[in-house]
Design a binder for this molecule. Structure first.
Ligand SMILES: Nc1ncnc2c1ncn2[C@@H]1O[C@H](COP(=O)(O)OP(=O)(O)O)[C@@H](O)[C@H]1O
Ligand SMILES: N[C@@H](CCOP(=O)(O)O)C(=O)O
Length: 319
């Protein structure tokens, strides 16, 4: 679920009064998502998404996230556009939480990604990288290589609940990645969470990117590596070379990778696999039993990590 905070019709109508977005006709909580509370609103003017930012989002980051969506939309990327309030800002308060409204994006995320979805996602991420140029606010990636060891330290004592051998394997992965993490690759604004559930399609036609709440400044090729992990493995754990090829071709149609970026893909994909393993591990161990959030399997990302550790070059991903 992702409705951590309930809102009443009266407080919602009062909140809507701060916008030029019509009168409320109906609303409902959206079950999907894990970070924030989301509601679908219908008003006399159309449909909108209302997000109440929950405790995992630092309010100081909200101008970056909202400003980024505005910047990307202005530069031609299909993504939610934050609504401007009567006071000229994008952020309000509802039920004691920072809250914003964005435009509703038509489409659905693909439950069974195809090769075409992978190609279109490659293109969309490259388009986002280009559209992000010139965005003036910056946000450090707290979940890049320097953030992984502190995250591991929080879970290490209980990792045996999942697999005791990880006590040795993860520290040696961390040491390898810290010593070999690339430097000086082309950088810019990345999505950092472009998983299938954040990429909308109408059939196999890309309709928009959502959920920019992990977006940050980092190597552009790291975003490509995140997508290879999220889109190109099958349920049985095997890497689908045709999907990898399509995703990379799609990306390069819009923004060609440099030689250095291509050479770095294996280590970036390995690091990205560790990043999602660590956040999932933390959530797996810390989410109380009975919580309504669907926990994501950390072991899926451990298997991906092990795959990348044996990759020789980006050719193994279809480049
Ligand atoms: N602009 C939008 N247009 C249409 N649906 C949206 C939009 N934003 C969010 N949603 C819906 O809300 C769900 C959760 O949103 P998401 O931003 O992924 O939440 P979280 O940040 O909590 O993970 C999405 O899967 C989608 O169904
Ligand atoms: N994509 C991450 C979790 C973040 O979830 P989202 O609902 O905010 O996209 C993962 O799979 O571990």
């Amino acid at each position: 679920m992702a409705v951590y905070t309930d809102i009443s019709e009266d407080e919602l109508s009062a909140f809507l009064g701060d916008y030029d977005a019509g009168r409320l006709t109906s609303y409902k909580g959206i079950a999907e998502g894990v970070e924030n509370s989301n509601f679908l609103l219908h008003t006399t003017e159309g449909s909108f998404i209302l997000t109440l930012y929950e405790k995992r989002v630092d309010p100081a980051d909200l101008p970056f996230f909202l400003g980024l969506m505005q910047h990307l939309a202005k530069n031609g990327l299909s993504c939610p556009l934050p609504l401007i309030r009567r006071d000229g800002g994008m952020l309000g308060q509802l039920a004691g939480r920072p809250a914003a409204m964005v435009t509703f994006l038509e489409g659905m995320w693909p439950r069974k990604p195809t090769v075409v979805h992978c190609r279109e996602t490659g293109k969309a991420i490259a388009a986002m990288h280009l559209a992000g140029e010139g965005f003036e606010i910056t946000r450090r990636n707290a979940l890049s290589v320097a953030g992984w060891r502190p995250l591991w330290d929080k879970s290490e004592a209980r990792v045996h609940e999942i697999d005791a051998t990880l006590r040795d394997e993860i520290p040696s992965e961390l040491a390898f990645l810290e010593a070999n993490w690339p430097k000086g690759l082309p950088a810019g604004v990345i999505h950092a969470d472009a998983f299938p559930d954040n990429v909308f399609f109408l059939g196999e036609t890309f309709s928009g990117l959502i959920d920019f709440y992990f977006a940050c400044n980092d190597f552009l090729a790291y975003d490509v590596a995140i997508c290879l992990n999220a889109w190109c493995f099958e349920k049985d754990g095997s890497f689908n070379l045709t999907k990898g090829m399509a995703l990379l071709e799609g990306y390069q149609e819009v923004r060609p990778l440099s030689e250095a970026e291509a050479a770095a893909l294996p280590i970036l994909a390995r690091g990205s696999a560790l990043r999602f393993f660590l956040t999932r591990l933390y959530d797996w161990l810390e989410t109380p039993p009975g919580a309504l959030v669907v926990k994501k399997d950390p072991l899926e990302y451990l298997r991906k990590l092990r795959f990348h550790a044996h990759v020789k070059s980006a050719a193994d991903y279809g480049l």
